[in-house]
Design a protein around this ligand. Structure first.
Ligand SMILES: [Zn+2]
Length: 247
């Protein structure tokens, strides 16, 4: 596979190009990837920064919120002067400054099916179940990757689905869409900033693995207990009669 890298790009991506299992072919795959990041909060900030830095070529950002002072404890894309501005606009500015070789598009709105239709991978960095279920259904329907994470207090979890190659087992098998919204969230119960950073880094790594063809943990849950300093992996299985992935 040919790749016409400028001298500047050779320098920029040299730590990928040095790796046999990324190299120029892998960098080209990254440059062609279309990734939608939904939620530009504590998870979305590190996801967006790492994917932009890695040269993921087409990033779309979706978040309807503006920056608030209480976000700055963990949402590392924003500065105090960004308060009251749309998160996606501030994020786009920072990502363009970090890497002008990629395209970034912003949507200061709630997530819709239409936004998901032309992506390769959707990264769920939201904190609400309804949006998460919408993304799960749309990613399953469009046979694309779905990388979902959440965090609360000291704990985080991640689960990812490669719907391009797996028809069964989806987020709805694990968290039923009729479940109520959890009573606890970051707004009323708090969260440790770097725990979001750890989970966001894991989401970005998972996206890169999917793009390069190294992802093989469809539906496996990764849990992180930041207070105990421990990771845990849990296998899941498809639910009989799941309303999303049962054909
Ligand atoms: Zn399912």
């Amino acid at each position: 596979m040919s790749l016409e890298l400028s001298h500047e790009q050779f320098m920029r991506y040299s730590r990928h190009l040095l790796m046999d299992d990324i190299g120029e072919a892998g960098q080209q795959k990254l440059s062609q990837a279309r990734v939608l990041i939904v939620g530009l909060g504590g998870l979305g900030c590190p996801v967006a920064l790492y994917l932009a830095a890695a040269g993921v070529g087409h990033l779309s950002l979706c978040d309807a919120d503006v920056v608030e002072l209480s976000n700055l404890q963990r949402q590392i894309l924003y500065r105090e002067t960004d308060c009251d501005l749309y998160k996606v606009e501030c994020a786009e500015r920072e990502l363009r400054a970090l890497n002008p070789h990629i395209s970034v598009s912003s949507h200061a709105a709630e997530i819709t099916d239409e936004l998901i239709g032309n992506q390769d991978i959707v990264v769920d960095c939201t904190d609400n179940l309804a949006a998460r279920q919408l993304m799960n259904s749309a990613c399953h329907k469009n046979k694309i990757g779905f990388v979902s994470a959440s965090a609360l207090g000291w704990e985080g979890q991640l689960v990812a689905f490669d719907f391009a190659t797996h028809g069964r087992l989806c987020l709805n098998c694990i968290i039923d869409r009729d479940s109520p919204e959890p009573l606890q969230n970051c707004s009323n119960s708090g969260v440790v900033g770097p725990v979001l950073g750890a989970m966001g880094s894991l989401q970005a790594t998972t996206v890169i693995r999917m793009v390069l063809g190294y992802f093989q943990q469809h539906g496996e849950m990764q849990r992180y207990d930041g207070k105990a300093g421990r990771w845990l992996s849990l296998a899941a299985s498809a639910k009989t009669g799941c309303g999303v992935c049962t054909l």
